[in-house]
Design a protein around this ligand. Sequence first.
Ligand code: SF4
Ligand code: SF4
Length: 304
Amino acid sequence: MAFSRVQGVVFNIQRYSIHDGPGIRTLVFVKGCPLRCGWCCNPESQRREPELGYMRSRCIGCRRCIDSCGRGALVFEGDGLRILRERCDACGRCAVACAAGALEVFGRTVTVEEVMDEVRRDTPFYGSGGGLTVSGGEPFSQPDFTAALLAAAKEEGLTTAVETSGCAPWEAISPALGSLGLVLYDLKHADPDRHREGTGASNELILENLGKLAAGGRARIRLRVPLIPRFNADPNSLAAMARVARDMGMTEVDLLPYHLLGTSKYKSLDREYPWAGVERLTDREIEEMRRPFESAGLGTRIGG
Ligand code: SF4
Ligand code: SF4
């Protein structure tokens, strides 16, 4: 089929996932996102282009990588490597040369068919409910690739799901709807200004798209609320999101507690972690955060 040759940039394909949709699933992480959530646990997902990461703790200082780079993009300074990012084109030669596994290119260009070759290896484990989930980054930041991948999976009889921030033009989302069984949709804040402060963008487009999805009724929607200290993990913010969820016709929400996984990746990409110093919520605090949703008549699930 024509869509098997459509190309996209992905940064991970994760097999045997039991989250992110029904049954056992293969998760394809698309690179690129229009948001910059301060608590993001996948900073390597944010930019569309492949990029080189350096894990200093693994580096043994052998300097083989420097010799392998034809662009002069690596220098050794003090006790570690510095990547001259304006020179680096993420070709990955240095990562191949590094026996210590201290260098890694995040992101590769693949065709739908290449992804499906990997997905098919999991087919024996899916059972009746499992299948493919396209995640990110933001899947709809690469709309042609995401739509083609979902169509290919559906054609092979797999269940399909997408994890989205909803921050994409409707024209980028709608072509995928015919191939989509489940939409895992993030709701991060009900207030546009607070949303902009935490993520870099207003929530207006996100709420508009959610309304269209809910009204259209073509794919099942599961709303997911990340519980983020210093952003939305307070009774007023949660109650406002509960009202949005109820008004959109939801009966249940998934609550996703803030965690610190992935913070070391910021350092490997020479970036600061914006949420540094913010502690995780306690189990008791998380339990209390069910209340505003349950008061609005919504079922809650922790995780999802
Ligand atoms: S090749 Fe790997 S271990 Fe050696 S200096 Fe480079 S990054 Fe460090
Ligand atoms: S990814 Fe390529 S260009 Fe970048 S530092 Fe490594 S070898 Fe050089």
